[in-house]
Ligand binder design. Sequence first.
Ligand code: SAM
Length: 261
Amino acid sequence: MAEQGQDGRQHGRVALVGAGPGDPDLLTVKALRLIQSAQVVVYDRLVSREIMELIPASAERIYAGKALGHHHLVQDEINELLLTLARSGRDVVRLKGGDSFVFGRGSEEALHLARHGIHFEVVPGISAAAGCTSYGGIPLTHRGLATGVQFVPGHLREGKGLDLRWDKLADPDTTLVIYMGLQSLPETSAELIKAGLPCDTPAAAIENGTTPRQRRVIGTLADLPERTRAAGLQAPTLIVIGKVVSLAGELDWFMTEGGGS
Ligand SMILES: C[S@@+](CC[C@H](N)C(=O)[O-])C[C@H]1O[C@@H](n2cnc3c(N)ncnc32)[C@H](O)[C@@H]1O
């Protein structure tokens, strides 16, 4: 469906669509409708294969994924690509894992379109923090255990390590959710303990959350790095630290292919 942009030109419809953490049943109705009517889908590495199968055969698929250290397209190229596709008059879905506006750089793409007069819409997705914890049997808040949640990125900046305010994060009454935090987990654990969070604070890592391949490792702040290493967890993995993780045994409802957590 063609739209008129602020530049006065006709262009295709652009939707930044969050695909959720993996289970296709977690797509919103709007996301599914847009995916099924798209003419071009620009997708990331984290979009699950089950969701990729929902894209019509007639739609062009363009991979813009990023694996750590192996950028397929750099962000500026993705921004330009979206602009060019929109101007070509086709309906474009920019499909990203989780929610586009949570550690997804969706806002950078939206800003680029906005600054070039291209109308777009944003379709929220279930972010890994919500999806992986629900399927991992871990409430983000629970009366008496956590009154709030903090979401932080855990990836190491090239040669610089983590740059986080550990004093703010080491709060025993708040759940800490760390995206992209598997590699840096030993450093994170040491910093949080140094900042005063008790060593025995319950902690979990959830790999491939919400999919049949989900694996969950439960431990403490002190031993989670070693447990995840021993289990051979890989990305994508979400780290959750806080007293709410103590409920994970009782709330373990999700049956995976392996039959357990
Ligand atoms: C670049 S961030 C993208 C986050 C995404 N926009 C969201 O809202 O979930 C990628 C990180 O999200 C987390 N993640 C995303 N999907 C996941 C999944 N299915 N299982 C575990 N972690 C996931 C991992 O920590 C991964 O390294």
